[in-house]
Design a protein around this ligand. Sequence first.
Ligand code: Z5A
Length: 207
Amino acid sequence: MTRRFITFEGGEGAGKTTQIQILAERLRQNGTDVITTREPGGVPEAEKIRDLLVQKDGGRWDALSECMLFFTARRMHINTLIEPALQEGKTVICDRFTDSTIAYQGYGHNFDLNKIQQVQNISIGNFKPDQTFLLDLPVEMGLKRSKKRLSDQLSNEDKFEDLDIAFHERLRQGFLTLAHNERERFHIIDAQNDIDTIAADIWENIK
Ligand code: Z5A
């Protein structure tokens, strides 16, 4: 049986949530058993860690502690949801995964990439997605969309939204570097397009 663990990555407001819903629906219509999930979070223990990480009053973590929290949440997520679902033959679609830690904590916040790799090795080993869609768009466009979403939903998950433009530019370049380094796994999708065009682009690339 082909293992199918698909992740979506990108900066703020890239449209991951929107596209995951469309793809999951389309796959279900084709008879595929699909579950959708997200990081940080996805299972109760990891959702608790999410609050510590993405809310402004979640705590002031030093870089290594923050990195370890992301991977602690991820380990629980893999062990209790992702891996069992894959074993049952389900397709798992996840909003963000390890690439986000490398892009945000590593390229964005300049935390040592070797240390991230060490924490990764200890906590999840070589567990990787089979396919990753990188929704790429100019920083300002993504931030505009993300701000609209946060105010529409009255969300308090805004800790990362106040970071400066230079951070978001490093983040974007970080994601693009990861995609160029692993061309087999990544598909770079132009996320400036309208929702239907992006969805068609993703569908064409689904293995
Ligand atoms: N983080 C980290 O630092 N390290 C890690 O390891 C992990 C995460 C895993 C939470 O992630 C934060 O955690 C995140 C990174 C950090 N930082 N922040 N912020 P998240 O995924 O929950 O948060 P997010 O990236 O901000 O999600 P988002 O703003 O919801 O973006 P999205 O899911 O990519 O977009 P969306 O909700 O589908 O769309 C946003 C809005 O744009 C919405 O109103 C849509 O209707 C609209 N939209 C969507 N597509 C389009 C198109 N094509 N045209 C026009 N408008 C559109």
